[in-house]
Design a protein around this ligand. Structure first.
Ligand code: LMR
Length: 405
């Protein structure tokens, strides 16, 4: 019958992008989707990615054959080293398995599917309030309900650590806990390393199951190792965990869908056998979902990850991106303070990564869109990369206006 499929709402973020494109105002500003822009407001192809592309194009041996089910091995193994450290005990002891995915979304989905099939603990996935909107539907679509732990403190516009830890203590034992290792989306608010240690202790005590979604390694602080510190701490503590790894932001490979999914099991006798069984099941899931992953983005990332000279250049490119964002944070904060815009604005420089959770209300967000052609998500999140030296004054004045009138 014609009425069995109800109309679904448009994806809010991609709907926002569409509205932005349709807006003909010369002043329009896109602070919506989390994608890096240069100081001219243009997408930036990382110079190191251009070099890798050149290398690939000049390689006469490359063809378009299928990748193995688990993807390009040189890519997945280096991705694991990047995240966990080349000297990670989990890698050395053969307690990790890695599989190439359709970027971070594909990795979260594969992990969700794996949990839906095999997880015997509490099948509710605890996510931060708020979290990346897609998290809820990725888990819900495979039959895993989501629940929320408090995360953002509206008063301080920082972390509600009390609320978070209390909720994790009160959650049923053996719940799945989804964590953003750095540059939390959408808030830009991260726990400190000491707070991560406390979180790890609670997760251990409650036998919760940590699932990390890492989309901003190197993009947050500009330092790949620092941005992996929380994850590496959990691995050092011997946790069994899952990790989704995206290369969309840190390589600027958004549409190429390069990513990895990693599973780590705890140390002990039989760990390597356990991980082999997990890998075998992941291969079955992968085969039925996508057969094998796409080549181009992974080849680019792999070329860089496997070449020390290109790797060093990549780190410079990361510093360029994170540095520009940090300078925009400083500029925005000082402009709002100079204007005397009511409220406190220190959170703009305290927060980290692609986004700032401004604290603007939905009404103010909609006024910014209608009156100033500024596009941001309704929750008050702005993509910091959408700001540049040419439009930041305009934005600060527009914010001042909707806050004061
Ligand atoms: C975002 O939150 O803007 C990005 O992660 C893009 C996306 O896919 O939602």
């Amino acid at each position: 019958p014609a009425d069995v499929v109800p109309q679904a709402p448009e994806d809010p973020l991609f709907g926002l992008m569409r509205a932005f494109r349709a807006d003909e105002s010369p002043d329009k500003m896109d602070l919506g989707i989390g994608a890096y822009r240069d100081d001219n407001g243009k997408p930036w192809v990382l110079p190191v990615v251009k070099k890798a592309d050149e290398i690939l194009r000049n390689n006469p041996d490359l063809n378009h054959e299928y990748a193995p089910i688990a993807g390009i091995q040189a890519f997945t193994s280096k991705s694991a080293e990047l995240m966990f450290g080349a000297d990670s005990p989990a890698l050395k002891e053969g307690r990790a398995t890695s599989i190439q995915t359709i970027s971070g979304t594909g990795a979260v989905h594969l992990g969700a599917l794996f949990l839906a099939k095999f997880y015997k603990g509490n099948r509710t996935v605890y996510v931060s309030n708020p979290t990346w909107a897609n998290h809820h539907q990725i888990f819900n679509n495979v039959g895993l309900p989501t629940a929320q732990y408090p995360y953002f403190d509206k008063k301080t516009k920082g972390l509600d650590f009390e609320g978070m830890t209390q909720a994790l203590r009160e959650a049923p034992d053996r719940s799945v806990v989804l964590l953003h290792p750095c540059a939390h989306n959408p808030t830009g608010v991260d726990p400190t390393l000491d707070q991560w240690k406390e979180l790890a202790a609670i997760i251990r005590q409650k036998n919760h199951f940590p699932f990390f979604d890492s989309a901003y390694q190197g993009f947050a602080s500009g330092n790949l190792v620092r941005d992996a510190a929380a994850v590496r701490y959990f691995v050092e503590q011997g946790f069994e965990l899952l990790l989704a790894q995206s290369f969309a932001k840190n390589f600027g490979l958004y549409g190429e869908r390069a990513g990895c999914f990693h599973a780590i099991t705890s140390p002990g006798p039989g760990a390597a056998e356990t991980i082999a069984r997990i890998a075998s099941q992941l291969a079955i899931l992968q085969r039925s979902e996508i057969s094998n992953p796409p080549l181009y983005g992974a080849r680019i990332a792999s070329t860089v990850l496997n070449d020390p000279k290109l790797f060093a250049e990549w780190e410079e490119n990361l510093a360029t991106m994170s540095g520009r964002i940090i300078s925009m944070r400083k500029a925005l904060r000082s402009k709002l303070e100079e204007l005397g815009t009511p409220g406190t604005w220190n959170h703009i420089t305290d927060q980290i990564g692609m986004f700032s959770f401004t604290g603007l209300t939905e009404e103010q967000v909609l006024r910014l869109r209608n009156e100033a052609h500024v596009y941001m998500t309704k929750n008050g999140r702005i993509s910091m990369a959408g700001l540049n030296t040419k439009n930041i004054d305009y934005f600060a004045k527009a914010v001042h206006k909707v806050v004061t009138t």
